[in-house]
Design a protein around this ligand. Sequence first.
Ligand SMILES: Cc1ncc(COP(=O)(O)O)c(C=O)c1O
Length: 435
Amino acid sequence: MEYPNLNSQSAALYRRAQQVLPDGNSRTTIALKPYPIYLDEASGAEVIDVDGNRYIDFNNNYTSLLHGHCFEPVRKAVDAQITKATACSFTTEAEIELAELLCDRVESFKKIRFCNSGSEAVMNMLKAARAFTGKPKVAKIEGLYHGSYDFAEVSLKNRPEDREGLVPRSTPYSFGTPNSVLREVIPLPFNESDATETIVQQHADSLACIMIDLMPQTLSMSSPSKEYLATLARLSKQYQILLAFDEVISFRLGFSGGQGMFGLKPDITSLGKIIGGGFPVGAIAGRADIMSVFEPGDGGTARLPHGGTFNGNPITMAAGKAAMSAMDTRKFDQLNAMGDKLRQQVTSTLNDLNIFGQVIGKGSLFAVRFHNRPMDNFTDIVVKEDERVFMEKLRNYLIGNGIWIGGNMAGCLSTATTQDHIDLFCESLSDGIRA
Ligand SMILES: Cc1ncc(COP(=O)(O)O)c(C=O)c1O
């Protein structure tokens, strides 16, 4: 197969889709130029497109599939639930079961509230922080992606030059973002403790929370340093600002999520992706006193009313429970060991080719970069234009050779990934770089 092939079924479907869907789809993050590939079926670590081409999936629906596609326990749980009830204006035991499973695993999760996407989870986490503290502003790390909510999107497309001295500018991501939003979101410079402390001190009286992702995709899967995380924890305690972790992706790092791996205890956490077993999901979890903002108070109205027609829907709850129950600590260790193997083999591949490059990430998450800069500050992490162009060409080569990976050469493994898949990935990577 060759990508692109304008005579393919995928290219034809794209031409048809453009008549009724803006850019032919409903998801900016899966856009692919000159046309997206249309999926026919998927199983385990493999997907097949409408032209019959097979790919090994190193994207797993942007990290949401812990077990690859159509995992049998998830299918069985969904089949069983679908014959009972799919959506209802009642609550179900399935919701309690998934909540119990998650609260048992993570020390900081005293209570949990479900919604339908990671974006909604982040939105409600920020709203909960405001409702609990009574303070209007939120701080986030410059350049980090947290889904589609205009407050969470601030500074997402910042470049290193978008600073005033050491202070990142509050910039909009979408056209039409109100200036009032920009004023209420304070971007912090990744891993720069002193500058962060100065900025937080300046806004301390009005800051509801500081939000961070432990494994930020838009920062090439480079984790914040221990020292930086300790600074954020100290500042949040000192100034009664909530420490908010966005674990929509990093929760797949271990049995107790990224916070377990890093040994940290945030006040509140947003979740999504893996906890839905492949179905649409989001959740907010945290301290009982903070989560009480969702409970009706004396007047009968919650401080943060939170409706949602499909919140906690039984299909997602059943699928999430099946996927998460299949992962004990040993299974997470095995999956993460596969990630270590992949990183070792990619490193050897790059060394053998004698080119500038490195593989970053932890657990089952990884990203390949084509430079040897250290990856600990925003300026060095941001992908340069020539690197971006190279990665785009390489990705198209990989797609043409049956390797499905995210546009920024970031990927993840599932329990369906085998050693053969890793070998094929490294072979194709090597051939692609040479080509
Ligand atoms: C860290 C993080 N937060 C939030 C989101 C938004 O999740 P969703 O796409 O389910 O809305 C994402 C999505 O990739 C994410 O990576």
